[in-house]
Design a protein around this ligand. Structure first.
Ligand code: XLS
Ligand code: MG
Length: 344
């Protein structure tokens, strides 16, 4: 039996449109997605602010809260909760050049407005986590910004959120690049350094997405382990990635099974979830996927996580210890390969 609780975002089911081509699947209505997520076995939903309140830029603060309450009622109907709210600061005409570290003061103010509204929305949904995926925070033209100034702007923005609400927790989701060329907060190490520089480090942690670690040339399980050593892994986005190219959001484990195994292993060994953290997925269907398989990548990812949990349960720690003592890492490695291949 899996001890993990799982979460998913509505953007994980989409029509297949990408930068190079139009939609290939029918758009699925929001409530239908939520119904299907509950049926598949998810217990929490990850939200962008405007997933909860579309057109929020045109609404007053009170109207935004009242729309958020409607979403809470819908979640209640399906016995689901909200895991986090993330201000979508990369999709707006106000944030073409970034949010917190935009060169335009007006746009920086807009980014803070969206962040404060995201906190209001989180309140209404009954959750205390804000996720910052810093998509456009960095440079396209290296000389356009000072990395020193930009880092300080990020810290100030987070301080603003911590001050606005005394209970809110901020989870930075690091990514080294894409859509930005050079990001400001690219790895879990950056996240923890930024956390330490805020006015309340106890409320600033990290969310690690497997593909983002791979894009940084790092091993996701080590990024997760690093954060867990500091009690700072408050969210994960499990998925997979074929090397250092564009962000693929593939189903978990389909590219690098051993790497996926080690992510599940580090999470289980360190009791991830004991403080209510969710195992989140951030996976997308392949573009060629047909309508009837709109959710298959989610179902497959869950099957793979659960199968790998079984493998971790069967992991022979006595044998591992013996191999380590005799420095027989060839044997240990072959043991892991056999375990994953189902041999022996
Ligand atoms: C990036 C995701 C993004 C965040 C939450 O990896 O697609 O939406 O996870 O903002
Ligand atoms: Mg993500």
């Amino acid at each position: 039996m899996s001890k993990f609780k799982y979460s998913v975002g509505p953007w994980n089911v989409h029509n297949g449109a990408d930068t190079y081509g139009p939609p290939v699947r029918k758009e699925i209505e929001f409530e239908e997605k939520i119904r299907a997520f509950a049926e598949i076995g998810f217990s929490a939903i990850q939200f962008h602010d405007d997933d909860v309140v579309p057109n929020m830029n045109d609404l007053s603060e009170e109207e935004i809260k009242s729309e958020a309450r409607k979403m809470k009622a819908l979640l209640d109907n399906y016995n689901l909760v909200a895991e986090f709210v993330a201000p979508r600061l990369w999709m707006d005409p106000h944030t073409i050049e970034g949010g917190f570290m935009s060169t335009s003061k007006k746009d920086r103010e807009f980014a803070m407005w969206r962040s404060y509204r995201s906190i209001d929305i989180a309140h209404e949904l009954g959750c205390d986590k804000i996720v910052l995926w810093l998509a456009r925070e960095g440079t396209l033209c290296a000389e356009s910004k000072s990395p020193v100034e930009a880092t300080k702007q990020l810290i100030e923005a987070i301080n603003g959120m911590l001050t606005y609400d005394k209970n809110i927790k901020v989870l930075i989701e690091p990514k080294p690049n894409e859509p930005i060329d050079r990001s400001i907060c690219g790895t879990m190490g950056h996240v923890l350094a930024v956390s330490a520089a805020t006015i309340d480090p106890s409320r600033v942690g990290g969310l690690m997405e497997s593909a983002h670690a791979v894009l940084a040339g790092l091993d996701p399980s080590h990024e997760m382990g690093f954060a867990m050593a500091m009690n700072k892994l408050w969210g994960v986005h499990l998925n997979d990635q074929n090397g250092m190219k564009f962000d693929q959001d593939k189903s978990f484990g389909v590219e690098n099974l051993r790497q996926a195994f080690n992510q599940v292993k580090v999470l289980k060994e360190n009791n991830y979830g004991a403080c209510g953290e969710y195992v989140g997925l951030d996976v997308k269907a392949m573009r060629t996927t047909v309508d009837k398989d709109s959710y298959t990548h989610l179902e497959n990812s869950l099957k793979i996580v659960k199968a790998l949990e079984e493998k971790v349960n069967r992991f022979d720690y006595e044998y591992q210890k013996k191999c380590v003592e005799t420095r027989d890492f060839e044997a240990l490695e072959m043991y892991v390969m056999n375990l994953l291949m189902g041999i022996g």
